[in-house]
Design a protein around this ligand. Structure first.
Ligand SMILES: Nc1ncnc2c1ncn2[C@@H]1O[C@H](COP(=O)(O)OP(=O)(O)OP(=O)(O)O)[C@@H](O)[C@H]1O
Length: 213
């Protein structure tokens, strides 16, 4: 795949915490409509790579290009095109599940998101919890709501850290189908996962990281 056509191109990425290298010489390209899974044991550096890509961590070296341009999380284009779910989200305690999604969709330029919000809530199995406050949702339901935030906004690249976390079996099956549908509409997906079945179902390419000595 040529770098010119890659949605995301990562070249010779290096990251250190203090003096300790965690990522060294990582290179991969991700095309529109494709998915790459980052796999490897705890501490291998998967989250660190994702953080470098979304600007939450500063690489020590390397180049990260989104559609051929250096990725800059402050740019409007990047904020529009890259939908990210890394950690658990902090929700507003006094906004319902539906209001969170509504707010996010409007912030990303959709003036009439009601139908979309209903569809996504239904899709993610939270329609009956639409009017609940985050504090009254189960941890799995909160995780579903967090995933839903990536689905009510524009996106060309989805960056997900262990999206399967806290989902039940049906939820993981839904997630695999949903990510496949995302790919079919041209979204590129970079995700870290410890679930071999999800990786098998979604990833076109697997990048295995190993902890550095
Ligand atoms: N803020 C930090 N400061 C110092 N070291 C860190 C920091 N964050 C992560 N590390 C270290 O960097 C290494 C990679 O961590 P990272 O979270 O990227 O791994 P991971 O592959 O995502 O692990 P897991 O599968 O447990 O989520 C680990 O050794 C971790 O201890």
């Amino acid at each position: 795949m040529s770098k010119a056509t890659a949605r995301l191109a990562v070249t010779e990425l290096q990251h250190k915490y203090g003096d300790r290298p965690v990522i060294e010489g990582l290179t991969f390209t991700l095309a529109a409509g494709q998915a790459i899974a980052l796999v490897g044991p705890n501490g291998a550096g998967k989250t660190t790579v994702l953080k470098c890509i979304v600007g939450a961590a500063e690489p020590a070296a390397g180049v990260i290009l989104l559609d051929g341009l250096p990725i800059d999380e402050r740019s409007e284009t990047v904020r529009r095109d890259v939908a990210t779910l890394l950690d658990d989200l902090d929700f507003f305690p006094d906004l319902t599940a539906a209001e969170h999604l509504d707010l996010l969709a409007r912030a990303h330029g959709n003036p009439t998101p009601e139908d979309l919000v209903d569809t996504v809530l239904d899709d993610i199995g939270l329609l009956s919890a639409a009017d609940q406050l985050p504090g009254s949702l189960s941890s799995g339901q909160r995780r579903r709501l967090a995933l839903a935030t990536t689905l009510v906004r524009p996106r060309k690249l989805l960056v997900l850290d262990e999206p399967e976390a806290r989902l039940d079996t049906a939820g993981v099956t839904w997630l695999a189908d949903r990510l496949a549908a995302e790919k079919a509409t041209g979204t590129a997906i970079l995700f870290a996962s410890h679930d071999p079945a999800l990786v098998e179902a979604v990833a076109d390419t697997t990048v295995t990281l190993t902890p550095l000595p």
